[in-house]
Design a protein around this ligand. Structure first.
Ligand SMILES: NC(=O)C1=CN([C@@H]2O[C@H](COP(=O)(O)OP(=O)(O)OC[C@H]3O[C@@H](n4cnc5c(N)ncnc54)[C@H](OP(=O)(O)O)[C@@H]3O)[C@@H](O)[C@H]2O)[C@@H](O)CC1
Ligand SMILES: Nc1ncnc2c1ncn2[C@@H]1O[C@H](COP(=O)(O)OP(=O)(O)O)[C@@H](O)[C@H]1O
Ligand SMILES: [K+]
Length: 671
């Protein structure tokens, strides 16, 4: 998304100014360059076994994949050294290679041999009992040295540490020796394990990862603009994947070595996209081997600008406000009236034709004050947003009229004959007890029942409404929990998980929630994970990683809920109303829009998941592609590229600018 920044207006207009400033900035002329186009290659990931299946036909044809991988890794290593302002030339660089016994180690050996050929001082620490034989020979021939860490190792040409022999340079604890080398290295190449990793690291690789990893993980360090040169030496280049990360599920099952750059071969693996492993990958450089991916189902997808654009509905010649999509909101409460303003304003500024609000009088007044366009009367909605800013059952009067209204709104979504209310009975349930506006609500819903559950409008179930979700619902129900809320939802369905468990395995927990509820699950975080339905019992996993850390600010989730509601209303307003199989992509597109608004508001080049760089054989072009975002941004923004603090209202004010960016993309591609 670098190109977005080149054109972005990073004005500091606050929310109120944003209400009437319209497009008084350089968006009015449209960006010179549209956001990135679709490239499934950089936005899709496949599991280890799928990658092996894709590489097989090439290996059978004799394509030298390992040599290609190694050369790419060596070029990336050079680019890393060269981009350090005071870094050494390759010829003067000290390189420590950590190599395992498998092909990942083989890649590392050939890559290190290329660096040694150029004069680099290379020491390979062998973590297994053997090394890839040809790779070893190549490194030794190029002048590299090899240190075997395992006393049982059988590696010709390697020095074997011997605690008894005080005269050998390799004496003492071999791990200490590696740590000495580590501390004096300019670059570490991590080739201990690749896609062949089974479970958590054990043995010598685990011990090394514990020492080196602990040295490098500091959650207190600030979130920097993407691809910023490493703050600490040595830099780490991971070969294919950082050793120790859960390749297929994105977990961190044990010790691991976080990388500054990961050079990924053939195709992305899920760990490059999924939290928390993706945070350990740093900048990902993807090497294209020309795999035929067409017949291999994608395991995890990263939502792109181009994909998001497809879900946006531009105003049409014959439109009226209803045709453009009406969003209904049951949000905000006496305890949190601000959430009503934020969610309703976000919906209104995100290309909806109209916003209907239902809530307590005080919140209603506040919505009117800030959003005179909102309506409160009877009528139909193409999408609903419920629960933001409403206390859940543990913290609220369970019989509050709002919770009651949400419960009834959600009732028809309950999957299963027994739960499916007759339209008649639904219109007659205890309406006398409800305020008039809720009677209106029932009337609004009535027409939608005629087409059955399929035709019920999409609904975003957020925050305090999550505990009102029926046991099972159809996919057009999107739940938007953060880790703590997802843990609570899973506990209510008999799973013993807490928020930490969800943060440790976001994909696993989101999948579980999808399996148990049928809802499309949008799990919020620095990287947002969406699981929806891709056919019967078939999940579709889409992630978004464009959000800057500045976006973690109070009310940010309310903004997401409102703007996602507007996106769903646009989609539902189209004639083609079968959204079932599109819901995961729609929800992820909503997160993308939210993240991009956060980027524009904060003027930040930081993102949880930096854009993937496609490897280029041309060394200058590769270096340019890998250049820090701060360099690319320096002339494009009046702010330091790290950005500035923002409020939820600032994000809302940028939503129209996000839509302007999308609207200026190639119009012929609009459907
Ligand atoms: N994609 C592509 O197109 C191409 C892929 N290529 C490359 O091949 C790589 C895959 O190579 P691979 O199959 O040899 O497995 P790999 O990752 O080296 O792991 C095996 C080693 O790890 C060890 N080990 C395992 N689990 C462990 C644990 N828990 N804790 C500790 N150790 C553990 C295991 O030890 P063992 O279990 O045998 O004791 C063995 O030594 C791939 O990632 C890519 O780099 C390119 O060369 C060509 C193109
Ligand atoms: N570190 C982070 N980096 C980027 N985005 C984040 C980060 N942490 C949270 N977010 C995003 O900020 C929003 C927070 O939502 P939520 O937790 O519901 O906050 P609130 O309840 O205050 O509105 C979500 O969209 C989430 O994806
Ligand atoms: K590795």
């Amino acid at each position: 998304m670098g190109s977005v920044f080149n054109d972005a207006h990073h004005g500091d207009d606050d929310f109120d100014e944003g209400l009437d400033d319209g497009l008084d900035n350089d968006f009015a002329d449209g960006p010179d360059e549209a956001p990135e186009t679709d490239d499934p290659f950089v936005s899709a990931a496949w599991r280890a076994e799928q990658v092996r299946a894709m590489e097989r036909p090439l290996l059978e044809r004799g394509v030298p994949l390992m040599r290609m991988a190694a050369t790419a890794a060596a070029h990336v290593a050079q680019a890393m050294l060269e981009r350090q302002p005071d870094g050494p030339d390759v010829a003067d660089a000290h390189v420590l290679l950590l190599a395992g016994a498998g092909d990942n180690g083989g890649d590392g050996l050939f890559a290190a041999a290329e660096l040694a050929d150029q004069g680099a001082n290379v020491v390979c620490a062998a973590t297994g009992r053997t090394l890839h034989a040809e790779g070893l020979r190549a490194l030794l021939d190029a002048g590299g040295r090899v240190l075997a860490l395992d006393p049982e190792a059988d590696i010709p040409g390697a020095a074997v540490p011997d605690a008894q022999d005080g005269t050998d340079e390799t004496d003492g604890d071999p791990l200490e020796r590696v740590m000495d080398l580590y501390e004096n290295a300019d670059l570490v190449i991590d080739a201990m394990t690749g896609i062949g990793l089974k479970g958590a690291l054990r043995g010598i690789p685990a011990q090394l990862a514990e020492r080196i990893g602990a040295d490098r993980i500091d959650p207190r360090s600030p979130a920097l603009p993407v691809s910023e040169p490493a703050a600490q030496y040595p830099m780490v280049l991971a070969v294919d994947v950082p050793s120790g990360v859960g390749v297929d599920d994105g977990t961190l099952p044990g010790t691991y070595i976080p990388a500054d750059v990961t050079v990924s071969f053939g195709a992305l693996k899920p760990c490059a996209l999924l939290p928390p492993a993706a945070y350990a990958c740093g900048q990902v450089v993807l090497v294209d081997f020309g795999f035929d991916t067409s017949r291999v189902p994608v395991a995890v997808e990263l939502v792109s600008a181009a994909e998001t654009r497809r879900h946006i509905r531009l105003p049409r010649l014959a439109d009226n406000k209803y045709a453009r999509g009406v969003v209904g909101l049951i949000t905000g409460s006496d305890a949190y009236p601000g959430a009503a303003v934020l969610s309703a304003s976000a919906a209104a500024r995100a290309n909806a034709g109209m916003v209907r609000y239902l809530g307590p009088e005080r919140a209603e007044r506040m919505v009117l004050d800030r959003l005179p366009e909102a309506v409160f009367g009877e009528g139909r909605c193409q999408a609903w947003v419920v629960g933001s800013g409403i206390p859940d059952g543990d913290h609220a009067d369970v019989d509050s009229p709002q919770r009651e209204a949400i419960r009834r709104l959600l009732e028809p979504y309950a999957v299963g004959e027994a739960n499916w209310p007759e339209p008649e009975s639904l219109l007659n349930i205890g309406l006398d007890d409800l305020p008039e506006s809720f009677e209106d609500l029932m009337a609004m819903l009535a027409p939608t029942y005629e087409g059955g559950q399929e035709s019920l409008p999409p609904v975003v179930v957020d925050a305090g409404a999550l505990d009102l979700l029926p046991e099972r619902v159809p996919p057009q129900v999107v739940i938007t929990p953060h880790a703590g809320e997802l843990a609570r939802l899973l506990r209510s369905r008999g799973q013993a998980v807490d928020a930490d468990d969800v943060e440790r395995d976001p994909l696993g927990c989101a999948l579980e929630a999808w399996r148990l509820t049928g809802a499309t699950v949008l799990l919020k975080g620095a990287i947002t994970v969406v699981v929806g339905s891709d056919g019967p019992d078939k999940p579709r996993v889409v992630v978004n990683g464009n959000a800057p850390a500045w976006l973690s600010t109070a009310g940010s989730g309310d903004v997401l809920a409102g703007s996602l509601g507007a996106l769903l209303a646009q989609a539902a307003a189209d004639e083609d109303r079968s959204l079932t199989l599109k819901m995961a992509d729609l929800a992820a597109a909503g997160a993308f829009i939210h993240g991009l608004a956060g980027q524009l508001a904060s003027g930040s080049g930081q993102a949880a998941r930096p854009p993937v760089v496609v490897y280029d054989e041309d060394r200058d072009r590769l270096a340019e592609a890998m250049a820090p975002t701060s360099e690319k941004l320096r002339d494009a923004t009046p702010f330091a590229p790290i950005g500035k603090p923002i409020l939820a209202g600032d994000v809302i004010a940028q939503l129209p600018n996000v839509y302007a960016l999308f609207a200026s993309m190639n119009l012929s591609e609009w459907n």
